[in-house]
Design a protein around this ligand. Structure first.
Ligand code: PEP
Length: 233
């Protein structure tokens, strides 16, 4: 079970460090892997505050080249040097707002894995696509040519459920997870308005291997509650 907190564009260096110092003091279940994904400038403070713990620090994005004239971008070796353990790739906000494509997502995933980072690759359909019955086709397209890898995890994040308070029912999520696993046999996280009060039911589904949590990961108590809801013990 993996619970990852995506902080999006929240928590600068001081706030990130304070959060991580408190998080490491909390009683987290042994059978749950915990990850936080701070913004770039807060990665090193988070890595330092969590040193010596099992809690992983992931970036929210990575470039597909190792270095070069790419103003404003960050490469996989830079993340490694900063002590970062992995990265999100192709979060739906990046697909919708920053021109991320299936092709760029594949290139980012490939280089990150090659450079020794773990990857959480995000996929999911929009509301329009779901209503048009296109969910399966969208997931197949987003996952075309993605190969299983020990360091790869996929996050199923139906776009209509992200930051909206709408959550996929456990059945809807389970169906999508089964399809994803049949396409790429790796652990699959669910993301989309996961909160302390719905986490246990979602995480109890057999094909749900964890959660990618946005808004509810910004508050320490609610993030810890979700981590605890993921424990099978
Ligand atoms: C996310 O940002 O990945 C996410 C799932 O957000 P939220 O939990 O706020 O819907």
């Amino acid at each position: 079970m993996l619970i990852a907190g995506n902080w999006k564009m929240y928590k600068g260096p001081a706030e990130a460090a304070a959060f991580c110092r408190e998080l490491r003091e909390r009683d987290l279940p042994d059978d749950v892997d915990v990850v936080v994904c701070p913004p770039y400038v807060s990665l090193e403070p988070a890595v330092q505050a969590l040193a010596g713990t099992e809690i992983g620090v992931f970036a929210q994005n990575v470039h597909w080249e190792l270095e070069g004239p790419f103003t404003g971008e960050i490469s996989a070796p830079m993340l490694r040097e900063a002590g970062v353990y992995g990265t999100l790739v192709a979060h739906s906000e990046r697909r919708q707002l920053c021109g991320e494509t299936d092709e760029s997502a594949r290139a980012r995933t490939r280089i990150a894995l090659e450079q020794g980072l773990h990857v959480i690759l995000c996929v999911g359909e929009t509301e329009r696509e779901r209503e048009a019955g296109e969910t399966e086709a969208v997931l197949r397209r987003q996952l075309a040519d993605v190969e299983p890898d020990d360091s790869l995890v996929i996050a199923y994040e139906p776009v209509w459920a992200i930051g909206t308070g709408k959550t996929a029912t456990p059945d809807v999520a389970e169906q999508a997870h089964e399809l994803i696993k049949s396409l790429v046999d790796v652990p699959v996280l669910y993301g989309g308005s996961v909160k302390p009060d719905n986490a246990a039911e979602l995480l109890a589904q057999p094909a749900i291997d964890g959660a990618l949590v946005g808004g509810a990961s910004l508050d320490l108590d609610s993030f810890v509650a979700i981590c605890r809801a993921g424990s099978r013990s």
